[in-house]
Design a protein around this ligand. Structure first.
Ligand SMILES: NC(=O)C1=CN([C@@H]2O[C@H](COP(=O)(O)OP(=O)(O)OC[C@H]3O[C@@H](n4cnc5c(N)ncnc54)[C@H](O)[C@@H]3O)[C@@H](O)[C@H]2O)C=CC1
Ligand SMILES: CC(C)CC(=O)C(=O)O
Ligand SMILES: [Mg+2]
Length: 350
């Protein structure tokens, strides 16, 4: 590690709902693990649904420009409560979160799933659960291509087009093979090419082509519906799953649920070419149903901070957090407040 890497400059976006609660604990743990050997500079940005209500800003060019200047971004969650009619549905998700992921070219949305020892799973016989999902992060049906005709009438037609480019699919697939090669050397493409023939065939052809560069990695294919069966009946069959933006979003909430819960699921939005900062966030959303009560599990946010450190080359510091989390969650006996979880993990990594 170079001396330059020992100074890291982070943007912190706590966001809405439980975002600020869980992010505070991730920051607490980052400060503790940094100690005297990593100089941390943290700049907090107030963004999200509440910020939009107060200022009208979703994500301005000026803010985006400032975010580009950091080494990485630690993000909580955004989004309004379902019944909050003051905020148009999808506005913050699309104009803030997806805009950020697309603008910073976060083409790999990495979501590890691991059932830690001692953590209960809802599955009767979970076996070993230890896989990662490489979800393509900049394309699919989330790009805002579509529209509505005759809106609000009985004859309305609404489209939401899934965008899949050879370039975008290939870089996600190559990243997944690279990760599989360094793990248990098995890759599963999850799609629905029996129905979504144009996009599905592009994904399948791309996997076949890239597989030739990775003779050490075996690969198979599952339609997304069948993949959901195996996630519940036989999750140990998975090592690396590669899939598109929408399927990856759905697959990873179920993956979280079988691996001990959404409160443990970390993620990284990676720009693997390092042309812009990557962003690290829990898989979950702003959870308005439990916000402000100090009952959210901050573990996902804390593990996302570990992914951040690893991405910046601070592997040993990341490993200390992961080890502390593993010890903490295997010995959790009672429900603790959000801050108490952060305190315990921070104390363990100090
Ligand atoms: N990355 C982001 O910022 C995301 C934002 N959202 C937004 O968040 C809002 C709420 O979305 P939902 O669909 O309800 O998904 P959600 O992930 O916020 O919550 C789903 C369920 O999981 C629980 N949960 C979530 N995180 C938890 C934690 N750390 N500890 C304990 N329980 C936890 C919640 O209480 C809720 O019952 C919406 O506005 C949605 O658009 C949703 C997903 C991702
Ligand atoms: C709110 C969406 C834009 C994203 C989402 O649910 C996710 O990335 O998991
Ligand atoms: Mg999601």
């Amino acid at each position: 590690m170079t001396d330059a890497l020992r100074s890291i400059d982070l943007a912190v976006i706590p966001g809405d709902g439980i975002g600020p609660e869980v992010t505070a604990e991730a920051v607490k743990v980052l400060r503790a693990v940094a100690g005297d050997d990593v100089r941390l500079t943290l700049t907090e940005y107030t963004l999200g649904a509440q910020h939009w209500l107060e200022t009208g800003e979703t994500l301005s060019d000026e803010t985006l420009g400032k975010l580009r200047g950091h080494d990485a971004i630690l993000f909580g969650a955004v989004g309004a409560a379902p019944g909050d009619t003051r905020i148009p549905s999808g506005l913050i998700e699309r104009e803030f979160l997806l805009k950020l992921r697309f603008s910073l070219d976060h083409f790999v949305n990495l979501r590890p799933s691991r059932l830690y020892p001692g953590v209960p799973s809802p599955l009767a016989a979970p076996g070993v659960i230890d896989f990662i999902v490489v979800r393509e992060g900049t394309e699919g049906p989330y790009t805002g291509n579509g529209g509505t005709l005759r809106g609000g009438t009985p004859h309305e037609v609404a489209t939401e087009v899934s965008l899949n480019t050879a370039f975008g699919v290939e870089r996600a697939v190559r990243d997944a093979f690279t990760r599989a090669s360094a793990r248990r050397r098995k890759l599963t493409l999850v799609h629905k090419h029996n129905v979504l023939v144009y996009a599905g065939h592009l994904w399948k052809r791309t996997v076949e082509a890239v597989a030739a560069e990775f003779p050490d990695v075996s690969h198979d294919y599952l339609h997304v519906d069948a993949a959901m069966i195996f996630l519940v009946t036989d999750p140990s069959r998975f090592d690396v799953i590669v899939t598109d933006n929408l399927f990856g979003d759905i697959v990873t909430d179920l993956a979280a649920a079988v691996s001990g819960g959404i409160g443990l699921a970390a993620s990284a939005n990676l720009n693997m070419e390092r042309t812009a900062p990557s962003m690290f966030e829990p898989v979950h959303g702003s959870a308005p149903d439990i916000a402000g009560r100090q009952i959210a599990d901050p573990t996902a946010a804390i593990l996302s901070a570990a992914l951040l450190l690893r991405h910046l080359g601070l592997d040993e510091h990341a490993a200390r957090i992961e080890q502390a989390v593993e010890e903490d969650i295997s010995s959790r006996t009672t429900d603790r407040r959000t801050a108490a979880v952060g305190d315990a993990i921070a104390a363990a990594v100090s």
